[in-house]
Structures are given as C-alpha cells and as structure tokens.
Design a protein around this ligand. Structure first.
Ligand SMILES: NC(=O)c1ccc[n+]([C@@H]2O[C@H](COP(=O)([O-])OP(=O)(O)OC[C@H]3O[C@@H](n4cnc5c(N)ncnc54)[C@H](O)[C@@H]3O)[C@@H](O)[C@H]2O)c1
Length: 247
C-alpha cells in the first residue's frame, strides 16, 4: 500500500483519530495538510510528521465556516498543486436527552459534523473532478446506523454523513472520485476518555473482538480506501467496530 505523491487533507487532525489518520497517510508517502479548530494541535501533528521524515503542514480551520473553508482549502490546493484525498474527520458531541436538548446543541453538532463535511467536500470537488481522481473518506459512527439515547443530534449528523457520502459517490463517480464512510465503534481517544472503567469493560464485553478500538484501527481502513486497493469501492460504509454492529 502506498500513497506516494498523493496530497491529503485531514480535518480535525490535531488529536485522536484524525491525528492517527494524518500520521498513517504520511507514513505511506502522502503530503498531509492537517486542519483543526485547534491551531496548536494541527501544527504539532504536522511537526510530529515532519520529525519522522514525512511532509506536512498545519492549519487553523473551523469546518462549519464555509468562507473559511474556501480560503484555507484554496491555499492548501495552491501550495500542494491540488488535493487527492480528503478525510472529513472533524466531529463533536453535545450529548443530552432529546426532550431537554438545547436548540443550540442540535445546531452546533449538525453544523460541525454534517455541514462541515459538506463544506470541505465542495471545496475539493471541482479540483478532484478536473484531475479525474479523488478519494473522500467520511468518518461517521455506528451510532449513525443504530441511533443512541442521549445523542439525537450526533446520531442524526452521522446518519446524514452516510447519505451525503452515497450522494457524493453517485455525483462524482463518473469523474474518478470515490466517496466512502467509516463507522467506528468505541475508539479510545480524548473524545471518549471520560467514560469510567466499568463502563468501558461493559462496552468491550458487547464487542465480538472483546476490546475497544484504537485510532490506528480506523486509520488503517482510511489508508486502504485512499490507496489503489480502494479503487473499485465507493458509496460504502465500513464499520470499524470490532464486530459491535453486524448488518
Ligand atoms: N472516539 C470514538 O469512539 C468515535 C466513535 C465513532 C466516531 N468517531 C468520530 O471520529 C472523529 C474523530 O473523533 P475523536 O474521538 O478523535 O475526537 P476528538 O475530540 O479527540 O478529536 C476531534 C478533533 O476535531 C477537532 N474539531 C472540533 N470541531 C472542529 C471544527 N469545527 N473544525 C475543525 N476541527 C474541529 C477538534 O479540535 C479535535 O482535534 C469524529 O468525527 C467522531 O465523531 C469517534
């Protein structure tokens, strides 16, 4: 598997799963632009990649802000001469029961997780179509497939991301651009570290492989979809959940 010569953008790449994806793509030879709301995180991951001999840059970006997305992606495409791989990984939670959920929490989660991916996809689509090559990977969640009490906003955003993926796959397929979603199960990252040990054990007991996932488990599948191995795969949702949800 190689990504030599490929130019990739990873959103929310400043920590957790996004960081692992950025490191993995870079280790396979891609030049990686790490973008994150947290500018410091983005730059430190880019530095980490450069320290191990890879090529990377770090950029501050709020994916929910369409104008900012246009500017930052325009600059990255200009610097790198184009974009081949987009990983829409930036995501947030604002959990609460639906009946008590503040409207602002609904709006914010949808605007980052779903509209953010829409903004970034639009920012790369024209370039990918004209170069007749592109790989778009959207990080959804198993919760987008099965729902979750206390996560109506998050689950709806992740289900929406799967439908966005399928629509983009249909719209851009004839121009050599694939779009796929990954639905991770429970992955150990800063987003999930607050869960008590007992709850983690209970979670693991419900997973066929009897362990929680690591960011690398997700990064490996992103790398496959971005590489030549994924050439004839589009519009799919691949669960990376240790066998938690089986369809
Ligand atoms: N951790 C899990 O168990 C799990 C499970 C399924 C899906 N996911 C999804 O994987 C992705 C990464 O999750 P994680 O666990 O690494 O989360 P995380 O909170 O550790 O990292 C998310 C990153 O996104 C960045 N971000 C947040 N809002 C942003 C915005 N508006 N613009 C740009 N960047 C922004 C954050 O600064 C952070 O660096 C998310 O989309 C999440 O929903 C995670």
């Amino acid at each position: 598997m190689t990504l030599e010569g490929k130019r990739a953008v990873v959103t929310g790449g400043g920590q957790g799963i996004g960081r692992a994806i950025a490191l993995k793509l870079a280790s396979l030879g891609a030049t990686v632009a790490v973008v994150d709301l947290n500018a410091e995180g983005a730059r430190s991951v880019a530095d980490e990649i450069e320290r191990i001999g890879g090529k990377a840059s770090g950029h501050a970006l709020d994916v929910a802000d369409a104008e900012q997305v246009k500017d930052v992606f325009g600059k990255i495409a200009e610097d790198l001469g184009g974009i081949d791989v987009l990983v829409n990984n930036a995501g947030i939670t604002r959990d609460g029961l639906m009946m008590r959920m503040p409207q602002a929490d609904w709006d914010l989660v949808l605007s980052v997780n779903l509209t953010g991916a829409f903004n970034c996809t639009r920012a790369v689509a024209r370039g990918m179509m004209s170069q007749r090559f592109g790989r778009i990977v959207n990080i959804s969640s198993v919760v987008g497939l099965i729902g979750n009490a206390g996560q109506a906003n998050y689950a709806a955003s992740k289900a929406g991301l799967i439908a966005l993926t399928k629509s983009v796959a249909r719209e851009l397929g004839s121009r050599g651009v694939t779009a796929n979603a990954i639905a991770p199960g429970y992955i150990e990252t800063p987003m999930t570290e607050s869960l008590p040990e007992k709850a983690r054990e209970e979670f693991a007991s419900k997973v066929a492989l009897r362990r929680l996932g690591s960011p690398d488990d997700v990064a490996n599948v992103v790398a496959f979809l971005a590489s030549d191995g994924g050439d004839y795969v589009t519009g799919q949702t691949i669960n990376v959940d240790g066998g938690m949800v089986m369809q």
